[in-house]
Design a protein around this ligand. Structure first.
Ligand code: NAD
Ligand code: NAD
Lengths: 208, 208
C-alpha cells in the first residue's frame, strides 16, 4: 500500500509530464529537469519512478509516455469510478462542469439536490434529482464514490444516506468531520487548510 | 514559524469547535472528545493547544471560545487579507460566492476575466473587469493575495501579470506548477491530489 506522500508526489509528476511545455513534446525527460521545476530532490524522483516500475534509459533519460502511463495506472486513473454528486450549488456546479475529472476516471452517474427548484436542471447528460431517488440509482449499478457538496449542517445527514445506499467512499467538501462506519473511507477536501496556510503566511510577512 | 502539519491540525480543531454539535454550545470541551472525533491522539491535541497558548482548567477542560480565538489569531484569520480573483468561470464563480471566506479574513477587492462577455457581470459588490485593469486596482491599495482560477494554459501568464502588479502571494487552482520569483509564495490547490488518493483507494478496494 503506497504512502500518502508518495501518492501526492506522483500526482505532481503527472502534472509536469502533461503540461504543455515545449519539453513535454520530447519523448524523453530528465529527472533533474522535473526536480528543478518542483523544487525537489532528483534522487527522490528516481526512487519514486522506480517504485512504479519506471527506469531511465542510458544517455536518453526517462520515456515521457511510459512514465505517464505507469503513474496513471498506479493511481487508478485509467479505471472507471462511478460517482454521484450531492449538492448542485456553487461548488457542486463547478465540480460537475469540470472536464478534468474524466481524465481521472471519474464518471458522473447522478446529481442530487434537496432544492426542488433545481430538480430537472441539466448538467451535461445528467439531470438533478431529489436525494430520495438515490436508492434507485444505486440499485442499478454499483456506485463507487459520493461527492458531498452541501452545507455543513446537511453533510452528516447526506453521508448517512449515501452510506445506507451502499456507497463506501466519500469525498467531503463541507468543512466538518463526518462520522461514518469504519468500512467507509472519507477524503476531506477542506479548502480551509489551504486558507490556513495562506493566512498564516500573510500574517508572518506582515508582522515577522 | 509553525510547521505545515501543525497548521493543518489547527484548522481541523477549529472545524470541530465551530460545528453545531450540541456539545459545542458548552463553554468547555475535553481534548479526549476532540481526539475521538478526529481519530487522533489526545496528547497531540494538548501539545498543539499549548503551542498556541491554550491550557485546560482543572476538572473543567479547555474553554471553547478561548481555544477558537487563539487558533484564529495564530492562523491570522482575524486579519484582513485583500484578495483578487482571476478567472470568473465555474470554479472562480464558486469561490466568489463562498460566504465562508469572510470568516477567514479574505476580502475580495477585484475579480478579473479575459472573456469580454463576462465583463460587467456582478459578483456581490464586485464587477468582473478585464485583467488590464489590474494595475489600477493594485495601485489604489496593497493587494495581499491573488487567486488563480483560469485554465492551465493561461495560468503562468496570469501569474506573471499579478506578480508584476506587486502581489506576492498566489493561490493557484490550475493543475500545473507556476514559475515565480523566490520572494513570491505559491499555494497550489490541486484537486487532483485528493482525486489521486481516492482513485488509488478505489483501485485497492476493487483489486486488493
Ligand atoms: N463555494 C466554494 O468555493 C466552497 C469552497 C469550500 C468549501 N465549500 C463547501 O461546499 C459546500 C457547498 O458550498 P456552496 O458554495 O456550493 O453552497 P450552495 O449553498 O451554493 O450549495 C449547496 C447546495 O446543497 C443543497 N442542499 C442543502 N441541503 C441538502 C441536502 N440535505 N441534500 C441535498 N442537497 C442539499 C442546496 O439546495 C444547494 O443547492 C459547503 O459545505 C461549503 O462550506 C464551498
Ligand atoms: N471546476 C472545478 O471544479 C475545478 C476543479 C479543480 C481545478 N480546476 C481548475 O480551475 C481552473 C478553472 O476551472 P473552471 O472549471 O472554472 O474553468 P472555466 O473554463 O469555467 O473558467 C475559466 C475562466 O478563466 C478565464 N480566463 C481564461 N484565460 C484567462 C486569462 N488569460 N486571464 C483571465 N481570465 C482568463 C475564462 O474566460 C473563464 O471565465 C482550471 O485550471 C481548472 O483545471 C477547476
Amino acid at each position: 500500500k503506497l504512502k500518502h506522500s508518495l501518492l501526492e508526489r506522483l500526482v505532481h509528476y503527472l502534472h509536469v509530464l502533461v503540461e504543455r511545455h515545449p519539453d513535454n513534446e520530447r519523448e524523453y525527460f530528465s529527472s533533474a529537469h522535473v526536480a528543478a521545476l518542483l523544487h525537489m530532490d532528483d534522487t527522490q524522483i528516481r526512487k519514486d519512478l522506480a517504485a512504479v516500475g519506471v527506469r531511465g534509459y542510458p544517455r536518453l533519460g526517462f520515456r515521457t509516455l511510459e512514465a505517464r502511463e505507469a503513474i496513471r495506472r498506479t493511481l487508478g486513473f485509467n479505471c472507471r469510478h462511478r460517482a454521484i454528486l450531492v449538492g448542485a450549488g456553487h461548488l457542486g456546479g463547478a465540480l460537475a462542469a469540470y472536464k478534468g475529472f474524466a481524465g481521472y476516471g471519474i464518471q458522473w452517474v447522478g446529481i442530487f439536490d434537496a432544492d426542488s427548484d433545481k430538480h430537472g436542471t441539466r448538467f451535461g447528460r445528467l439531470v438533478v434529482q431529489p436525494l430520495s431517488r438515490l436508492h434507485n440509482v444505486a440499485r442499478k449499478r454499483e456506485i463507487h464514490l459520493a461527492v458531498i457538496a452541501v452545507p455543513s449542517g446537511a453533510a452528516q445527514d447526506v453521508a448517512n444516506q449515501v452510506v445506507t445506499a451502499g456507497i463506501n467512499t466519500l469525498w467531503n467538501f463541507a468543512p466538518m468531520s463526518l462520522v461514518v462506519p469504519s468500512r467507509v473511507y472519507v477524503r476531506n477536501e477542506h479548502i480551509s487548510v489551504g486558507l490556513g496556510e495562506l493566512s498564516y503566511h500573510l500574517k508572518q510577512s506582515a508582522d515577522p
